[in-house]
Design a protein around this ligand. Structure first.
Ligand code: NOJ
Length: 556
């Protein structure tokens, strides 16, 4: 195994940590997290072992969609800090071996962005064609993102009587990427942040960004050419740039977002289908949904990959499952109506859904961190924080970080009513779940994850290798094998609370001289004469194994 190869396409062995500066740590007591607070905690993140921070939007914004409604793509929300502090953060993170990527939200702007203000004020403004207009609302594009708040993707603009397209809330008018001036501006934004030192972008709502269905004049150029050109531009400006796209769309369309054959569009896509079926498998305690989706996903081109995650900052969307599958997940993890959202999602966090810290939660982390792809962790999940259902809709999961059991969980010294978002109380509140206590407890979830992340980084076969499912006779076991440059690892996860036994095919021939290292615990494993291995797993047990061939040396 040539470890030096892993530094080249860094995203294939990265561990990404998603955080919102606003809710991470408030350094000046105004109730809002800020860049100084984040800088102060950079060694916490380095200690956890993450290698890349994804910063949720921190740009100037009226914050009607938590910053996903941008009014200036070249600035920093003054509540959070300054551009100077942003650069200091990047520099400090880089010094600790951590890259920084930022959210690129260019499917739409805020309706308070100066471009939209100019566009709506005057039909002859050059900015008018930066947005998508029609005389009458169209049927297309279909599907409403926030059906609790919107009934159409078209909103009447009173001055002109025309309608503009908004794929999300009505205060988020869609940009028109068929317009070359808009494409140029998006490239300029990308160029700007690369110059500020970022290593890439988490691209918001990519299928909607590329969608041109509602454009009355029609569009000749394939919108995927735009994505390809943007990637080429970004890579020219900074070779290591990663584009990590939010693509929650149908199976058939996914491959195109990597770029048909040569992977020249998104380097990484979030595996939403994988995620939805992972939760179905967890709900059923049965490996089949996860196995089935892995078999059906298009293979990522060699330099590209999937991003894996348990939960993100939005609702747990189950929109690609069938109605009855969705009901199973609701029944297992969010029975109550107030836990559900839009009829297809759950506004809950990982630890709360899996019953708090315990074997099941740890198994889920082990599973996620060993799946082929690049793991992404949502802030606070490393200590098992829960949601606050008193906060409306998706924001219930975006609670402030719980640093200690002191006032406001150590997040801020401001009076509680001035906090950007209320802390939660009770079983998952800061009294019970916080960083300070878990730092001092060797057996805490935090320390468990720190060790697991270390092992994940030392096991690049998972991120780089070809992967194969291992069939077993036990339906509750999910087992797979990853092979890279002659090195093989295997992982087995018992999705159920019942003990399970299996005979694993490790891809070893009878008579091959092999040794098997347990990567997580002190356990001996001896293969059978035919090269298979008997394993027994406790309820929610798991194993990571490396198969050493021909007298290869064990490392640690
Ligand atoms: C996807 C983001 O994850 C979500 O939080 C946001 O509301 C929409 N895109 C609109 O930007």
């Amino acid at each position: 195994m040539r470890l030096d190869h892993t530094s080249d396409l860094w995203w294939k062995n990265a561990v990404i940590y998603c955080l919102d500066v606003e809710t991470f740590l408030d350094s000046d007591g105004d109730g809002v997290g800020d860049f100084q607070g984040l800088i102060r905690q950079i060694d916490y993140l380095a200690g956890l072992g993450v290698t890349c921070l994804w910063l949720m939007p921190f740009y100037p914004s009226p914050n009607r969609d938590d910053g996903y409604d941008v009014t200036d793509y070249y600035g920093v929300d003054p509540r959070l800090g300054t551009l100077g502090e942003f650069v200091e953060l990047v520099r400090t993170a880089n010094d600790r071996g951590i890259k920084v990527i930022v959210d690129l939200v260019v499917n739409h702007t805020s309706d308070e962005h100066p471009w939209f203000k100019a566009a709506r004020a005057d039909r002859s403004s050059p900015f008018r064609s930066w947005y998508v207009w029609r005389d009458e609302p169209a049927e297309e594009p279909r599907g409403i993102s926030f059906p609790d708040k919107e009934t159409s993707n078209w909103e009447r603009e009173d001055g002109s009587g025309q309608y503009y397209l908004h794929r999300f809330y009505r205060f988020q008018p869609d940009l028109n990427i068929a317009n070359p001036a808009v494409r140029d501006e998006i490239a300029r934004i990308v160029g700007f942040w690369l110059q500020m030192g970022v290593a890439g972008f988490r691209m918001d709502a990519v299928p909607f960004l590329l969608e041109t269905e509602g454009i009355a004049e029609g569009v000749e150029d394939d919108p995927h050419h735009f994505l390809r050109d943007l990637r080429a531009f970004a890579t020219r400006r900074r070779g290591e740039t990663m584009l990590l796209g939010e693509v929650n769309t149908d199976l058939k369309a996914l491959a195109r977002f990597f770029g048909d054959e040569d992977g020249d569009q998104l380097n990484v896509q979030f595996g939403f289908l994988l995620n939805q079926n992972l939760w179905l498998s967890l709900a059923r305690e049965h490996a089949e949904p996860l196995e089935q989706v892995i078999r059906s996903l298009p293979a990522a081109p060699p330099d590209n990959t999937w991003a894996t995650f348990l939960r993100n900052h939005d609702e747990l969307s189950l929109d690609k499952l069938t109605e009855s599958q969705r009901k199973e997940v609701f029944a297992a993890f969010g029975r109550r109506k107030d836990m559900q959202l839009y009829g297809h999602g759950l506004r809950r966090r990982t630890a709360a859904m899996l019953g708090g810290d315990g074997p099941r939660l740890r198994m889920a982390w082990s599973l996620m961190l060993s799946l082929p792809g690049t793991p992404v962790i949502f802030m606070g999940d490393e200590i098992g924080m829960g949601e606050n259902l008193a906060i409306p809709d998706r924001m219930s999961v975006r609670v402030p970080m719980q640093w200690s059991d002191s006032r406001n969980g150590g997040f801020s010294s401001a009076p509680a009513k001035e906090l950007v978002r209320p802390m939660r109380a009770g079983r998952f509140g800061p009294k019970a779940v916080n960083v300070a206590a878990q730092r001092r407890d060797d057996d805490s979830l935090l320390n468990f994850l720190e060790r697991l992340i270390r092992r994940r980084k030392e096991t690049p076969e998972f991120g780089w290798g070809s992967s194969e499912l291992i069939e077993t006779a036990a339906p509750q076991l999910f087992a797979h094998r990853c092979e890279w440059q002659g090195s093989t690892v295997a992982a087995v996860h018992n999705l159920s609370g019942r003990k399970a036994h299996a005979t694993l095919d490790l891809g070893v021939q009878a008579g091959d001289k092999v040794a098997i290292d347990d990567l997580l615990e002190r356990r001996e494993h001896r293969p059978n004469r035919d090269g298979t291995l008997e394993v027994e797993l406790a309820g929610y047990g798991y194993l990571w194994l490396r198969i050493r061939r021909g007298g290869e040396r064990a490392v640690s």
